[in-house]
Design a protein around this ligand. Structure first.
Ligand code: C2O
Ligand code: CU
Length: 420
C-alpha cells in the first residue's frame, strides 16, 4: 500500500486518536461531535465511569447521530492505560480507525522510568486500491473467525522505529486496539518484565519471553536490552492459535524496529515494582456460569451467543449492589474469545478457584477455544446495565454479548441466567 492515500475514520484526524493523558483522580471532559455518516458513541474501556458515561446506546445514552454531539464528563479514578472506541457498529467503526489511548498517571508512581512509551497496536483492512474493506466481507463465516486487518499498525504506522539505550530500562504501555487480532510480542534479544496490565500495576513483576495481548487487553512492561550500541532489534508478533485459520493463514508480523543508540551502554537495574492488592473475598459469592456458543440460524448463517442465546434475545445477569460473583466461563466454540466486562475490574481465578498470582486487576480475559476461564468480581458501586462481550468485535456484533444489571439490593431479587 506504499504511496497510496487511504481514507480512514478517525478522532481529530489522527490514527490512532489523540493520546489523552491525565492524572488518576482528574476530571476529564471530552466534547464529542460526530461527523461520521453513522451514529456513534465513545466508550472508555476500563475506566470505572458512571453508567451515563459508558458510551453504550440505551444503557448509557442515546447514540449520537451524524451531526450530533455529546459531552463526556467523569473522573478517572484509577491509574493505568485505558483506551476509547465507539460502541455502535464497533467492528466496522473500530476497524475503520476509531480508537485511541487514555493514560492515567499515578501521582505517586513508584516506577520512576522517564523513558515511557505508549504503543497502540492495531490493524486495518485495505483493498488493493487502498479503500477500506467492507466490514461484512466474507459474510458470517468471516464473522465467526473474526476479520483481521491486512496491515498491522503500531501507533498508526507500519513498522516504526523506536530508540533505546543499551542497558537502560524503558517502560512500554501497550494496548491491543485491533478488532480481532491477537498479538504475541517477541523482542528477539530482550525479555519483557511485566509490571501491570488492564487495571494498573500488578502485585509483583514477572519476566516473560513472549507477551500475549488479546483485543482490548493492556500490558505495562519494562524492556531492557543489552544489545550493542548502533544495532537494531525487531519486535515481532508470533502466531497464536485462536482458532481455525489463525495459524494456517497468518504470518509472523514485524511490528517495530528498536534502534539501539550509539552511546556507551549503561547498567541501570530495572526497578522492583510492586503493589499490594488484596484478593477479593469469595465468601458468600454467587456463582454465575455462562457458556460461549456458536450456532446457526435456519438460513445457515452463523450466530454467536451466551448459553445459546444471541445478545438481541438475551436476558441480563442480575447482581445486587455490593454482591460478589464468581463467573465460570465455558467456551464451547472452536475460537478463543477475549471476554471484556464494562465498569468493574475482576481478579482471574485458577481452576481450583484460587486467585492467579501475582494478583492483578483485569477487565478483559482470554477464554481459550474449547477451554474456560473464571474470575471474581464485586459489583460494589455504580448501579446500571453493564455490558460484557467478546472483544473480537465481529463476535460481539455477531451475538457474543450480554448485560449485567447491577441493581439495588432487594430481598425479592432473583438470579436469572441469560436466556432462561
Ligand atoms: Cu472495549 Cu464494550 O468495549
Ligand atoms: Cu470472540
Amino acid at each position: 500500500m506504499a504511496g497510496r492515500r487511504v481514507t480512514a475514520w478517525t478522532y481529530n484526524g489522527g490514527l490512532p486518536g489523540p493520546l489523552i493523558r491525565v492524572r488518576a483522580g482528574d476530571r476529564l471532559i471530552v466534547r464529542f461531535s460526530n461527523a461520521l455518516p453513522q451514529p456513534s458513541t465513545v466508550h472508555w474501556h476500563g475506566v470505572r465511569v458512571p453508567i451515563e458515561m459508558d458510551g453504550v446506546p440505551d444503557a448509557s445514552q442515546p447514540d449520537v447521530p451524524p451531526g450530533g454531539s455529546f459531552t463526556y464528563d467523569f473522573v478517572v479514578p484509577d491509574a493505568g492505560l485505558f483506551w476509547y472506541h465507539p460502541h455502535v457498529m464497533s467492528a466496522a467503526q473500530v476497524g475503520f480507525g476509531l480508537y485511541g489511548a487514555l493514560l492515567a498517571d499515578d501521582p505517586a508512581d513508584p516506577v520512576g522510568i522517564e523513558d515511557d512509551v505508549v504503543l497502540v497496536l492495531s490493524d486495518i483492512a485495505l483493498m488493493e486500491d487502498g479503500s477500506l474493506e467492507q466490514p461484512d466481507s466474507g459474510g458470517t463465516t468471516a464473522m465467526a473467525f473474526g476479520r483481521e486487518g491486512t496491515h498491522v499498525l503500531v501507533n498508526g504506522r507500519t513498522r516504526p522505529t523506536l530508540r533505546a539505550r543499551s542497558g537502560a530500562p524503558q517502560r512500554w504501555r501497550i494496548v491491543n486496539a485491533a478488532k480481532s487480532r491477537y498479538f504475541t510480542l517477541d523482542l528477539r534479544g530482550a525479555t519483557f518484565t511485566l509490571i501491570g496490565g488492564d487495571g494498573g500495576l500488578q502485585e509483583a513483576p514477572v519476566e516473560h519471553q513472549f507477551l500475549l495481548l488479546t483485543p482490548g487487553e493492556r500490558a505495562d512492561a519494562i524492556v531492557t536490552t543489552s544489545a550493542a550500541p548502533g544495532t537494531q532489534l525487531t519486535l515481532q508478533s508470533l502466531l497464536h492459535n485462536r482458532g481455525f485459520g489463525s495459524v494456517e493463514f497468518r504470518t509472523v508480523e514485524q511490528l517495530l524496529t528498536l534502534e539501539i543508540a550509539d552511546l556507551p551502554p549503561v547498567s541501570l537495574p530495572p526497578p522492583q515494582v510492586g503493589r499490594s492488592i488484596a484478593p477479593l473475598s469469595t465468601a458468600g459469592a454467587t456463582g454465575v456460569s455462562i457458556e460461549l456458543t456458536l450456532g446457526q440460524r435456519s438460513n445457515g448463517t452463523f450466530e454467536y451467543g451466551i448459553n445459546g442465546v444471541p445478545f438481541a434475545k438475551a436476558r441480563p445477569i442480575l447482581a445486587r449492589l455490593g454482591e460478589t460473583q464468581i463467573w465460570e466461563v465455558k467456551n464451547s466454540t472452536k475460537w478463543s474469545h477475549p471476554l471484556h466486562l464494562h465498569g468493574f475490574f475482576f481478579q482471574v481465578l485458577d481452576e481450583q478457584g484460587a486467585p492467579v498470582r501475582p494478583l492483578a486487576w483485569k477487565d478483559t480475559v482470554n477464554v481459550p477455544l474449547e477451554g474456560s476461564a473464571r474470575f471474581v468480581v464485586r459489583f460494589d458501586e455504580r448501579p446500571g446495565a453493564w455490558m460484557y462481550h467478546c472483544h473480537i468485535l465481529d463476535h460481539a456484533d455477531g451475538g457474543l454479548m450480554g448485560t449485567v444489571l447491577v441493581g439495588p439490593s432487594t430481598p425479592e431479587h432473583v438470579h436469572t441466567e441469560p436466556g432462561s
